[in-house]
Ligand binder design. Sequence first.
Ligand code: IVH
Length: 674
Amino acid sequence: MSHSDERRHAEAKLRVEELRSLIEHHRYRYHVLDDPDVSDAEYDDLMGELRALEDAFPELQTPDSPTRTIGGAPAALFAPVEHRARMLSLDNAFTFEELDAWARRVERGVGAGASFACELKIDGVACALTFEAGVLTRAATRGDGRTGEDITANVRTVEGVPRRLRLDDPPSVIEVRGEMYLPVAAFEDLNRRLDESGQRAFANPRNAAAGSLRQKDPRITASRPLRMWVHSFGAAEGVSFDSHLGFLAWAAGAGLPVAPTTEGRGSIEGVKEYLSYWQEHRHDVDWEIDGTVVKVDRTDLQRELGATSNAPRWAIAYKFPPEERTTLLRKIGVHTGRTGKVTPYAVLEPVLVGGVTVTYATLHNEDEVRRKDVRAKDTVIVRRAGDVIPEIVGPVVSKRPKGARRWKMPRTCPSCGTPLVRAPGEVDYRCPNKAGCPDQSVEWLFHFAGRGAMDIEGLGYVTVLALLERGLIADPGDIYVLTAEQLAGLDGFAEKSIANLLSAIEASKERPLWRLLVGLNIRHVGAHVAQVLARAFGSMDALAQASQDEIDAVPEIGPEIAAAVRAWSDEPDNLSLVEKLRASGVRTADERAEAGAKPLEGKTIVLTGGLATLSRDEATALAQKAGARVASGVSKKTDFVVAGESPGSKREKAAQLGVEIVGEEEFLRRLGGS
Ligand code: IVH
């Protein structure tokens, strides 16, 4: 290999590992927690990138890669069920070119002239129904494709799923597969009810369906109007089908729910007409669809084509592009954040975009609102592209009601009434009333206690708000003088929770300096900058005494940060806060390693999973600075593995090899040399 090839290979390897751990994380959230934090489109992008890299670098392929495995492990709530035949997934095509490429592969495999069954891709929960001698004996989720969860009792409550097939001579065994879903109207209705009773609403119909099926009490499942469409079959004894459409006709005749939207097409051009039609009309059906599925119709050809490790070669999902929807912009609100930055946001008539209900969308700043010229009562286009954050594309000007007025940034803070300021050259307005602005205080205290800063468990938003309202705290220093008697007056606080909170507060006094720096809410000082500063100065005192130039001279610290840090230290209020914290026993200095020491000198470490306070790049840079070599794979030579959130296979490998595994907290401690 040439030098540059070697580098490309090493880079690809790193990225492949990173993609795998990201994908595992998303799969876990999607399949096990029913609570994905990225859109399907974003997930698909990650998978696409991984597949492309594995194609380009075949030596990086592994049998446990997400490209060769399916979905998530079953959640341990219901009894496990071995599927008689594996439940496969589908490969995706996003463009007609990719569809053509698939059709060419099919043609190469079985010759020209195959006809196709075209279906809608139901965005629901895959489910396998086993009928023995015509009687529904078991219903299971897909799980990881081999083992799913037994949800028979719940599925028996689903309308339209027969408990007995309507056949005179039923086959001895037939495993029918399909998608459970919640009709869109029912989903909206359910969310309204959950909302009214103060419960958490579901992000989208798929989650609502999954959540409804995973109820321990089948009566709750029964109260949710779930439906099912059958789309394939697994094990079959005593019956066989010549074609997919033949199977569907048989299923409909047996009383199983079969979507009326499936159609046969004789050519790939015909298939494309079907796809284009449904892309335009996806909201004409009352269930969510995220694409269409094309299947080679004849089962003998299907058998000839076979399957890869996780998907049949005879079928492909054609995914729809990201979604845009229009909705009413009820009003434009403004919010003051913890740094005093005042951000306008749109309050929308709730609308389902790309599978997620959107009610709020940020409008970023005054210039952005002016540029888009969105106004209260406008109909606006909301987009949720391969991104989790919904965005307002702009108004539909033709639908603007008469008299809709241009929006103006308020002159005073919506929370405390202080006149807002916009510094020259900045886009944001700020509320300068740092100490007395209620919104800033809540956000700041919540941030101070949060996981990224002092990590005080039990001091969440609601508690912070209650403490502020009762005048028990005003700044972070007050947290450390709270007493059991004071907490006893709060709703929901009993002896145990009081003791827990007080001990969490006590424990936070020992946090490393960088966490305190993050909590102090200094402009531009996030986790990474805080760690750099903590390492360079070692204590609040040393930092406060440093001149702007000295701060600026620290590698990775630019003039803007240096100025902000210096300005912060010049505020007497800030210094008295540090004094107050110190007086209550909060650590304001790190036990220092020798200057310039490299606490991880000679160590080889591996990072896996997501860290709460650092990006992967930042963690790598800090580890390298501490003298460590950051390797991409675990071997016996690895000194320790840092396992963050959803760590993936590297953690398992480390456990197998007996390599030490440490969490984020410990990693940060080791970086600090203690
Ligand atoms: S056929 C062997 N048809 O999408 C082929 N699947 O992303 C198995 N899905 O695992 C699936 N609508 O749970 C098929 N009309 C349809 C579908 C469909 C939704 C689901 C299914 C599959 C997943 C893949």
